[in-house]
Design a protein around this ligand. Structure first.
Ligand SMILES: C[S@@+](CC[C@H](N)C(=O)[O-])C[C@H]1O[C@@H](n2cnc3c(N)ncnc32)[C@H](O)[C@@H]1O
Length: 305
């Protein structure tokens, strides 16, 4: 057992050494292993997330890519993190100007995607940093990575801690017990999507409902009223809701504000607010299915709400 433990520790040490040694070397290794795919040689796109909490959520691997890539493009919402990225590599650029340059957010995203690909076509190791998880409610780098895949570039997306991961921890939720689903708030409304009231429900971007431009100074009251009306098709007016904001700095507390659904239209929201709605009732068992699977309710893990 002791030998096994030492062996694992040694492997981890080696792997960390490898991660933080040289990305360029690592790229060469990848190309050596897969010469048939060696189309672009000296170019790759790595998309990383910076997490939610300043530096605490940054993985060693993401940090290594930020520090060692030829070019680092970033779009993060928190000024201290922006500062750190800018100091971590001499060749960094904020994508914020490009983001703000267009009136419609959809145009901003398209422009950012195209810009990432232009930088990649200069045959360099490009790293793109987005806050939270880089694929979670963040489209431009994902689009760029998909396009880069099609063009035969070497791409990698590193997962990171998203606001949802923080919410599970702060609100003490295990999404596996009764399920959890989430939508973007405007998307929920314009598609009249179905809500499963027996599971946890999370709504993203409740701070700018119906806003297709940049959310700065957006008046969200009308959107919240429409959202409240829609949710009342599923939950009673006295159903409790939580407006949640994860802490962005170590030792800060998250913002956890509760209200009743009937008061949602008066709630104060920011562009960081995420809405959590607890289940209304317990899901019923399907007896035929239990029988088919040879299961008895009393043998199952108790599904607490
Ligand atoms: C453009 S999305 C970015 C999400 C991010 N990529 C992630 O992985 O969490 C912005 C939305 O994420 C959620 N969000 C971002 N930061 C948050 C925070 N600190 N606390 C709670 N929700 C947050 C909010 O719903 C916000 O409107």
């Amino acid at each position: 057992m002791k030998y096994y433990h030492e062996h694992i520790m040694q492997m981890l040490k080696e792997s960390y050494k490898y991660q933080i040694s040289s990305i360029k070397e690592k790229e060469q290794v990848r190309h050596r292993i897969a010469p048939a795919q060696n189309i672009m040689k000296r170019a790759s796109l790595t998309v990383v997330g910076s997490g939610i909490k300043y530096k605490s959520h940054l993985t060693l691997e993401a940090k290594a890519y930020i520090e060692q890539s030829d070019r680092v493009l970033y779009l993060v919402n928190e000024p201290v993190m922006q500062e750190w990225i800018a100091s971590a590599n001499p060749n960094t650029q904020s994508l914020n100007d490009l983001y703000q340059r267009h009136k419609l957010r959809a145009d901003s995203y398209r422009a950012i995607s195209e810009y990432i690909l232009e930088e990649l076509q200069k045959k360099q190791y490009v790293c793109v940093v987005l806050y939270g998880h880089p694929c979670v409610f963040a489209q431009p780098a994902l689009d760029a990575a998909r396009k880069a895949d099609e063009l035969g570039y070497d791409t990698l997306i590193l997962p990171a801690i998203s606001a949802l991961a923080c919410l599970f921890a702060d609100l003490r939720i295990n999404p596996g017990v009764i399920g959890c689903h989430s939508y973007e708030a405007t998307d929920l409304l314009i598609h009249k999507r179905h809500i499963e009231v027996t599971s946890h429900f999370v709504l993203w971007q409740i701070g700018f409902i119906g806003c297709v431009k940049h959310p700065k100074d957006f008046d969200n009251r009308h959107g919240l009223k429409v959202l409240q009306e829609y949710l009342q098709n599923y939950y009673p007016a006295e159903h409790p809701l939580t407006i949640y904001e994860a802490a962005q700095y170590p030792s800060f507390e998250p913002k956890v504000e509760t209200c009743m659904l009937g008061d949602l239209q008066n709630a104060a929201t920011t562009r960081l607010s995420t809405l959590y709605i607890p289940p209304k009732c317990q899901a019923r068992y399907d007896n035929a299915m239990l029988e088919k699977l040879n299961l008895r309710v009393e043998d199952l893990y108790e599904r607490k709400l």
